[in-house]
Structures are given as structure tokens and as C-alpha cells.
Design a protein around this ligand. Structure first.
Ligand SMILES: Nc1ncnc2c1ncn2[C@@H]1O[C@H](COP(=O)(O)OP(=O)(O)OP(=O)(O)O)[C@@H](O)[C@H]1O
Length: 580
């Protein structure tokens, strides 16, 4: 990476973190610094406070915690804006599994870089080469355990690749080597080493490195019991622990030995605490702590990442979402096959209904069945997506890559074709089989109602998925809600006979509008010389439907669609905003 980077010094002073409810201390008077060109390792036993410190530095995941102390970037407190000048390679890789490595990076480049396509292409190629990802550039990313894709090491490097696109001068990483074999771990550390050599500041949590890797770092920070137990070079750490009365035996891996001295040994809690406290005291009285206040630099902050703008980001996200929908064959095929089968089934069940009392009753039942089928499978189908996607969206949003609205619009548009065509197909297949009246106007009007009903179910499902944290909770609400809407359709009771205090609710049900729309459309005009509007009115009167209500039904359905799409956006916005 030959790009010029703005040197960044991060300092943190007297950081104290407590849980808001119980007042449990997670970090106590922690201070330190990371300078340009430094590769800094945060180490310590499990529960020592490494993740908490990293979160404090990045001003993320601080829900339920109270923080004191200051974090400065080049001498200035910039709070959450630190995300706009830094990259964060998280431990848990989350990508879009259906995309290839190259496609994913090109879309990320569009979101993260203010540059033309040729420059973005060049940059992606450069990063692919730098991180050794060229071999797998055309492989699908996949999802470990679900969809076969790139290896764990490649996924880890892809995380870095995304973060490097915007050329940040400051990079955070959370256990980038854990779960990798020693060769892969070494290659990831080498990449970080190269990035630091190019002038960047890197702060990473590292878990049990080998001795070789340990000495690749410029600075090691050991935390224990929420306090700094040591900060200095790897070589200094060995001298410090020797001076402290814990010389490292020749045959031991230094980081492992040091960590064991800073951990609570089972059944020896009091002795362990005493030992750790002595080490911390030793550190606090040492010269290492003096470096912190001496080294605060006041230089300019690099420019914040600029949001690429609503249209650019919506286009990029739409492309990503479309590829995802098209490459999710299970979802596409299952949905289409299901609707074709249901169309054939409804058509066969209500095959060529005659124009008599029973035939009319059966036709109405068939029309209701179409509405129900357009609702249930659609609503429950769409609800499953949000749970998997939210962590990625939340992360990207807080990295300043896009507005929530851009994501929402692109996701809704990406589902639009699939969640309209299948329903229309089902209606068309069953239409002539049932023997519904088939002037082209009636066919088109039926399709319009079908599309709007399916969109009502889609938007309502989307709203619930945005509102609730898990699909199971969303479904727990959706089942009774859709049952209630179905009851208000008019099929289960004449809508005028509902008690007055419930009657108004029918106007919130897409079953009501959809069913009326289809029934009115069917019986308004029949290709039979014996047919008269008297018959039509008798049929409609069973439900208290009105012959000229078709337009009202379309408006009602469109309003429901609009309402749920807007409500879904608000729910998503709130959820993502509070998820930092
Ligand atoms: N939001 C929170 N509410 C309550 N306790 C918390 C919270 N976050 C962290 N802790 C507690 O604070 C301590 C330090 O947690 P932290 O995740 O920072 O440790 P760590 O050093 O990163 O450990 P590990 O290596 O296991 O991830 C732990 O005892 C943890 O249970």
C-alpha cells in the first residue's frame, strides 16, 4: 500500500468503565497510546477487559455502560466520528454469502470510495493482490456451515480488504488470528505488520500468539482485572516481568507465560489477585507510564469518510441485493414453484365452476383462498431475511457507508419483482381453470388486486421483521395479526353485521379490500345473456360489498402498503441507530 496516510496517534487516559445497573467495574484507570506506524497488541486473559477497551476506543457497543476518561485522536476528542476515519476488522465476518469476493469488494469500493470506476477497479485489484486474495476473487463468499465458500483465512483477509478500501490511517481488529491455523495466523499478522510499516496505526486484540508472532508487534498492552498491567515493546515485556520477579523460563512461550501470571488460577484466587496487583503496581511505578502523557500529538485529523450520496449508494446496494435475490435459488425457485403448484391446486379444486348458487359460492371461496395464499406464505417468507442481514447493515451504517433509507429502498426494490410476479402467476394459472370471467379488463384488475395484496403482506412482514429482534418473535405477532385481518375479510361474517366497535377494523385489513376487489370485479360483468345486475347485487349483499367499491379497494390496499413500508423504515431506523 503505497498511498499516503495521515499519521494518527490515539491516546486514552484514565478510562473507567462501569456497568450502569450494578456498578461493576470493567476498566479502571486505564491509559495508553498508539502511535503512527505502530502495531499494537491488546492481550490478557479472558474477561481482562480487552474488548471493553477496544469498544471504548471506537465508541461502540457501550449500551448499559458508564464511561469516564478521554480518548483522543491526534489530541482531539472526536467521539463516534472515529468510525469515519478508521477501519474495524471484526472477529465475526459477516458478508453477503451469495456474492463473489470480487463483486463484494467492488460494491464495497463504491460505498467507501469517492472515485471513478477505473480507480475503484485498480484499488480492488491492488488490495486483492496485497492480501493474497487473487486466487479466490471469483469464488462465492459462502456461509460457514451453510453454503460452501471461501476458507476461514480468506474470510479474515476479506474483512481487512473491505476496511482498506477507504485507505484508513487507523485500523482496529478483534482477534484477527483466532480460529486460524498457525500459517494463516502468521500471514494475517504479516499483513498487519505491512500496514503498520506503511505508516498506519493498528490496534488489535490478540489471543495467545506464538513467540514469533509476539515479536512482530511494536507494542504490547497487557490488561488484567480491568487495569493495564504492562505497556511496552515485546522485548521490554520480558525485562519488565523479570524485574517484577517473574522471569520467563527459556522453554516457555513469553506471551503464554506472562498471561498465566496475569490470570486468576483456579483454587488460588487470593494468591493470584495478590500477584496480579503487585505486577500492576510495579507497572504503575515504572517509566513505561510516562510515555503516555509525553507523547500526545496535536496534528490534523484525516478527512472523515464521505457518504457517497443517496442515489449512488442505493444503486450499489440494489445491485448487491439483486444479485443476492437472484443467487438465492432456494428462495426464488421455492417461491415460484410453490405458487405454480398452488395455482394448479386451486384451479383443480374449483375447476370450471358453473353459474349457479353452488358455483357462485365456490367461486367466492376460490377468490378468498387466493387472497389467503397471497398473504401467508409471503408474509412469513419475507420475515426471515432481516435477522441474518441486520448485523451487516448495522455495521456498515455505523461505518458511515450509507443512509438507512438507501438500504431500505434498495432491499424493498430487490424483493419487489419476486414478491409480485409469483402471486400474479398463481392468479393467472388458476384464472381460466376456475372459469373466472375473463375480459382483459377483469384479468388485469384481478392481477392488480393480487399484486397489492401480496405487497400488503410483504410490507407488513417487513415491518414486523424490522420491529422485532428475532424472526420467532415476529412470527409470534404475525400469526394472530394475520388471523385477525383474515377474520375481517367479510367471508366469515357480513361486514355490516360486525359489532359497531369492531366494524372500523375491517378498513385496516387487506383481506377485506382484496376480497371485495376480487368479488366485485368477478361479478360486475359476466359473459352470459341471462346475467343481470340483480344477481350481482344479491351476491355482493351477502358480504355487504358495494358494486362500485373496486377503486376504494385499490386505494385501501395501496394505503396499507404505503403505511407498512413507512412503518418498517421507521422501525429499522430506530433499531439500527440504537445498535451501535
Ligand atoms: N455490557 C456489559 N455488561 C456487563 N458486564 C460486561 C459487559 N461487557 C463486558 N462485561 C464484563 O466485563 C468483563 C470484561 O469483558 P471483556 O469482553 O472486555 O473481556 P475480554 O478481555 O475481551 O475477554 P475475552 O477474551 O473472553 O473476550 C467480563 O467479565 C465481562 O463479563
Amino acid at each position: 500500500m503505497t498511498d499516503v496516510v495521515t499519521p494518527i496517534t490515539v491516546t486514552w487516559e484514565n478510562i473507567e468503565v462501569k456497568t450502569r445497573k450494578k456498578g461493576k467495574s470493567l476498566l479502571n484507570e486505564v491509559s495508553g497510546l498508539a502511535k503512527p506506524g505502530e502495531l499494537v497488541a491488546l492481550m490478557g486473559a479472558s474477561g481482562a477487559g480487552k474488548t471493553t477497551l477496544l469498544n471504548v476506543l471506537m465508541d461502540r457497543n457501550m449500551k448499559g455502560l458508564d464511561k469516564k476518561g478521554t480518548v483522543r485522536v491526534n489530541g482531539k476528542e472526536i467521539g463516534q466520528k472515529i468510525s469515519l476515519i478508521s477501519g474495524f476488522a471484526q472477529q465475526q465476518e459477516i458478508f453477503v454469502p451469495t456474492l463473489t469476493v470480487d463483486e463484494y469488494l467492488m460494491i464495497q469500493a463504491k460505498l467507501r470510495m469517492q472515485a471513478n470506476k477505473a480507480t475503484r477497479r485498480e484499488r480492488v485489484d491492488e488490495i486483492l493482490e496485497l492480501l493474497g486474495l487473487e486466487k479466490c476473487r471469483n469464488s462465492k463468499i459462502g456461509n460457514p456451515g451453510l453454503v460452501k465458500g471461501i476458507s476461514g483465512g480468506e474470510a479474515r483477509r476479506l474483512t481487512f480488504a473491505c476496511e482498506l478500501l477507504s485507505n484508513p490511517s487507523l485500523l482496529f481488529a478483534d482477534e484477527p488470528t483466532s480460529g486460524l491455523d498457525s500459517f494463516m495466523a502468521a500471514s494475517v499478522v504479516q499483513i498487519m505488520r505491512n500496514l503498520a510499516n506503511s505508516g498506519r496505526t493498528l490496534i488489535t486484540i490478540i489471543h495467545q500468539p506464538t513467540a514469533d508472532l509476539y515479536f512482530q508487534f511494536d507494542k504490547i498492552i497487557f490488561l488484567s482485572l480491568g487495569q493495564t498491567a504492562f505497556m511496552g515493546t515485546p522485548e521490554e515485556s520480558i525485562k519488565f516481568f523479570t524485574d517484577c520477579g517473574h522471569p520467563i523460563p527459556q522453554s516457555f512461550n513469553p506471551p503464554e507465560w506472562i498471561q498465566s501470571k496475569l490470570s486468576i488460577t483456579p483454587n488460588e484466587e487470593a494468591e493470584s489477585r495478590e500477584r496480579i496487583e503487585k505486577i500492576i503496581e510495579c507497572y504503575e511505578n515504572s517509566d513505561f507510564t510516562k510515555e503516555i502523557s509525553a507523547d500526545i500529538v496535536h496534528t490534523k485529523i484525516p478527512p472523515y469518510i464521505q457518504n457517497p450520496g443517496f442515489f449512488t449508494e442505493t444503486r450499489a446496494l440494489l445491485k448487491r441485493a439483486f444479485i443476492d435475490v437472484v443467487r438465492s435459488p432456494a428462495q426464488m425457485r421455492t417461491k415460484l414453484i410453490q405458487k405454480v403448484i398452488m395455482g394448479l391446486f386451486i384451479g383443480s379444486l374449483y375447476w370450471q365452476q358453473p353459474l349457479d348458487r353452488r358455483g357462485v359460492q365456490n367461486t367466492n371461496s376460490a377468490l378468498y383462498f387466493l387472497i389467503a395464499e397471497l398473504t401467508f406464505s409471503t408474509m412469513f417468507g419475507i420475515m426471515t431475511f432481516m435477522e441474518h442481514e441486520l448485523p451487516l447493515i448495522s455495521r456498515e451504517y455505523h461505518d458511515g457507508l450509507f443512509y438507512v433509507l438507501s438500504y431500505y429502498v434498495s432491499r424493498c426494490l430487490s424483493y419487489l419483482p419476486l414478491f409480485t410476479v409469483d402471486g400474479a402467476l398463481m392468479v393467472l394459472i388458476s384464472y381460466w381453470m376456475i372459469g373466472l370471467n375473463s375480459t382483459w379488463q377483469q384479468v388485469l384488475k384481478s392481477i392488480l388486486i393480487a399484486v397489492l395484496v401480496e405487497q400488503s403482506a410483504t410490507s407488513c412482514g417487513l415491518f414486523l421483521a424490522c420491529l422485532f429482534e428475532t424472526t420467532s418473535v415476529a412470527i409470534a405477532f404475525a400469526v394472530p395479526a394475520s388471523g385477525l385481518f383474515a377474520l375481517l375479510s367479510g367471508l366469515y361474517g357480513n361486514t355490516n353485521n360486525f359489532p359497531v366497535y369492531i366494524q372500523w377494523m375491517q378498513w385496516t385489513s387487506w383481506f377485506r379490500y382484496g376480497f371485495e376487489g376480487l368479488v366485485v370485479n368477478q361479478w360486475s360483468e359476466i359473459d352470459d345473456p341471462k346475467w343481470s345486475t340483480v344477481y350481482r347485487d344479491i351476491i355482493l349483499d351477502q358480504f355487504s360489498f358495494k358494486p362500485d367499491n373496486y377503486r376504494l379497494d385499490v386505494i385501501g390496499l395501496a394505503s396499507i402498503v404505503a403505511f407498512f413500508y413507512v412503518a418498517g423504515y421507521v422501525a429499522l431506523l430506530v433499531r439500527i441507530r440504537i445498535s451501535r
